[in-house]
Design a protein around this ligand. Structure first.
Ligand code: MF3
Ligand code: CO
Length: 241
């Protein structure tokens, strides 16, 4: 799990550096596939339920599962990169949202809130806490900053498969749900919208959009529950803190 997490983090670090005005989203996918091959990993996404790429690239009002293509990034866009890899039979899954060139203060606040919500969830992911404590921490963090949290898509357990039990909603009640145990590996992934939480799926049957057209940001880490603070397996060098 640690190896897979490190590969995913390394690819995302490289991708972040390539996010600039004028770049096509499919160029990011090509870089992801090439770097993954160099690192000796296999894509978690390519072929998953027929998904055609190694990377999800979701721009502005696209929440998740954007298919890379001819779209050209422009100054002021916000772009979510979601990447998963299999290394030695284990999965890593992580996402980051970055601004393209100079972005608005509101967009910056949205991105910071989505990342903060992820870290609030990670802080709650402790043995003997319950799953609902993670969900509640994420929801509380985002909503206290007057953003909304997507309900139809969730985090998930992860291990040999990308999606394992349990589902990890990004909204919930503290003190509810199954107890967290040392050794559990989880993918937490809040999706935070500037407007309302409702979503729609686009004509390509993959891309998820905000229903109201507002911007959305997405952060994800694969973590391991320990005896103390959770271990972040997909930590990037220039990541949080
Ligand atoms: N990373 C996404 C998740 O956490 C999965 C991407 S969907 C895929 O569930 F089809 F691209 F694999
Ligand atoms: Co995931």
């Amino acid at each position: 799990m640690r190896q897979a997490g490190r590969v995913v983090a390394t690819v995302l670090e490289i991708l972040e550096k390539h996010v600039k005005p004028g770049v096509k989203t499919k160029e990011l996918d090509e870089i992801a596939a090439r770097e993954l091959e160099k690192l000796g990993g296999k894509s978690s996404f390519k072929g998953y339920r027929g998904y055609p790429a190694s990377l999800c690239v979701s721009v502005n009002d696209q929440i998740v599962h954007g298919i890379p293509g001819e779209r050209v990034l422009k100054e002021g866009d916000i772009v979510s990169l979601d990447f998963g890899a299999i290394v030695n039979g284990f999965q890593g899954d992580s996402a980051v949202t970055v601004g393209v060139g100079k972005i608005s203060p509101e967009a910056k606040r949205l991105i910071e809130t989505a990342e903060g919500a992820l870290y609030a969830g990670i802080a709650a992911a402790r043995a003997k806490n319950r799953l609902g404590d993670i969900s509640a921490a994420i929801q509380q963090y985002a909503e206290s900053r007057r953003f909304s949290v997507v309900r139809e898509y969730t985090g998930h357990g992860i291990g040999r498969e990308m999606h394992e039990d349990p589902l990890i909603p990004n909204v919930g009640e503290p003190g509810t749900g199954p107890a967290l145990r040392k050794g559990m590996t989880l993918a937490l992934e809040p999706m935070v919208n500037a407007g309302g939480w409702r979503t729609r799926v686009g004509n390509d049957k993959w891309t998820v959009y905000t229903l109201d057209g507002s911007n959305s940001a997405h952060f994800e880490h694969t973590i391991a529950v320990t005896g103390g603070e959770a271990e972040v397996l997909t930590n990037r060098a220039q990541g949080h803190g």
